[in-house]
Design a protein around this ligand. Structure first.
Ligand code: PPE
Length: 306
């Protein structure tokens, strides 16, 4: 689906016209993947449009930058305002917000610390990543032959642009084979995550999900699920999981900012449970949408008005 263009993009501190937000072809980040980014959603709520867990996403953004010795020349307050501005100034009621910082034009070669750091924040309207049909009826996933990057190969817990080439390979393979999404295994063969989502399973009313040792991105939606599970009295265990654990799980689901909460109904052609979204998955979806749409007082502090 082509991107839904709007009018302005925040580019190094200024709102510029969408089509003027350009970089040189010798931009360092284009050649070597030396960038860090975030994916954030703003939702329409009763009190107006609000950004979900904006500060938590921006904290992860600075954490990612730290790992690559990238100094972001803007404060958290400035970026918070930039994220709100691109939603507000483009008249978006709900939006996907993409802050990105990357090594810019200046020097080539792998040592990046002399290259400038450019910062961009864009926003546009982006429907749910794996389709409304996926949210409603669940998706079919396939274990990828491409392993998830090992934590000592590329720090997977932070969100750098270059690391996504790993997810791209897995995604292409799964789509060509006729599945909706890939599930990557870590270097030891344990389940890690989807190409752009964390993964969970449910067995005997307990939720299980891989730990950070499996090269996952520490998802903010994943953390939101931890809170919801506690509220509804379901235990969450972070541990090593094999793909076989998923084959006989009662339920499974994936989470991400773009994807939201998506039931997984089949993995490697094995039906999960009875092949339909399960009751705990449904409950978590329901609570998730209440929270992001501002219908939960308890988590109203997670919504920052634009
Ligand atoms: N794992 C990966 C690899 C990942 O990319 C994401 C987000 C997650 C887990 C979930 O993290 P969180 O959004 O904090 O719950 N993927 C983003 C990028 C999607 C894209 O195609 O671009 C997203 O969902 O915004």
């Amino acid at each position: 689906m082509p991107i839904q263009e709007v009018s302005k993009i925040w580019f190094n501190g200024k709102l510029v016209n969408w089509h003027d937000a350009k970089v040189h072809v010798l931009t360092h980040g284009l050649h070597y993947g030396t960038g860090v980014f975030e994916g954030i959603r703003a939702y329409e709520t009763k009190r107006g449009t609000a950004v979900f867990r904006l500060t938590d996403h921006l904290k992860r953004f600075y954490r990612s930058a730290k790992i690559y010795f990238m100094e972001i020349p803007y404060s958290l307050d400035e970026l918070r305002e930039a994220c709100k501005a691109v939603v507000r100034e483009n008249g978006l009621k709900s939006a996907y917000i993409r802050p990105i910082a990357f090594r810019g034009y200046g020097e080539m070669g792998l040592y990046p610390l002399n290259s400038p750091v450019d910062v961009v924040v864009a926003a546009w309207s982006w429907g749910t990543y794996l389709g409304d049909e996926g949210i409603r009826n669940g998706i079919r996933v396939k274990t990828s032959s491409f392993r998830r990057i090992d934590v000592n190969t590329i720090p997977a817990g932070v969100k750098a642009t270059g690391q996504y080439i790993n997810s791209v390979l897995a995604k292409i393979e799964a789509k060509i084979a006729g599945y909706d999404e890939a599930v990557m295994l870590d270097s030891r063969g344990m389940v890690s995550e989807g190409s752009g989502e964390n993964i969970f399973m449910v067995r005997n009313n307990v939720i299980y999900t891989p730990s950070t040792a499996s090269g996952i991105l520490e998802g903010i939606t994943r953390d939101t699920v931890f809170h919801i599970a506690e509220d509804i009295g379901v235990k969450v265990v972070e541990r090593d999981l094999t793909r076989i654990d998923f084959y006989y799980a009662d339920e499974a689901f994936m989470t991400g900012t773009a994807a939201e909460v998506v039931p997984v109904i089949e993995m490697d052609n094995y039906k999960i449970g009875d092949g339909k979204p399960g009751p705990i998955t449904r409950k978590i979806q329901e609570e998730f949408y209440k929270i992001v749409k501002g219908e939960s007082e308890k988590y109203s502090h997670w919504l920052e008005a634009v």
